[in-house]
Design a binder for this molecule. Sequence first.
Ligand SMILES: N[C@@H](CCC(=O)N[C@@H](CS)C(=O)NCC(=O)O)C(=O)O
Length: 225
Amino acid sequence: MADQEEQVKLYGTWASPFSQRIEIALKLKGVPFEYIEEDLTNKSPSLLKYNPVHKKIPVLVHNDKPVAESLFILEYIDETWKNNPILPLDPHERAMARFWASFIDNKILATALKIGLCKGEEKEVVILEVCEQLKMLEQQLNGKDFFGGDKIGFVDIVGNIVAFWFQITHEVLGGDFFTPEKFPSLFEWIGKLQEIDLVNECRPPREKHLAYVRGKYESLINAPK
Ligand SMILES: N[C@@H](CCC(=O)N[C@@H](CS)C(=O)NCC(=O)O)C(=O)O
């Protein structure tokens, strides 16, 4: 566990599923931390100093040493505070957890982000693609409550983006494909996540989140081409 002397700071923004991942992990480990809300329209000198490459949140700063990129931060947290492991201990299971976490960000998220930007037939193709990817992810649950087994782990924490951000975005876009009928196991999993207090503590209030995502989407489609 962390020494009394240790200083842990998280630079994040309230609506970001990426900074929520880090909040969930720190709470799971019981690591006290200072949360610093960033204004991404006016990034702080500290954020630019700590993440000069991507200039993005989240950034974890542990005793003045920064770590950027949510997947790497999760690994850092798991290696630094050993209680309540996030990654499986078995090397093959660890590799698989990393594989599916990367699949969520590099495939599902990357495809989902295209949905709001295209129309007609092109949009249908993208929706089919994301549904296939979500099915592949769903199959990984394979009768388990969580991707991590009987408790949340790496893929569950990374998957918060599917569970919460994706659901809200789907609603804003007026989608009809991300439903419990089409993805029963994923929705059961979302239900299980919602039973976990510390996960709920890290989620933004639904109405506020909906309004934020709606605003983002409108400014995206109204942006000069
Ligand atoms: N791959 C990054 C993504 C983080 C990310 O996209 N952060 C967004 C907020 S949700 C950001 O800081 N955007 C600011 C910018 O792009 O200028 C991670 O996993 O941490």
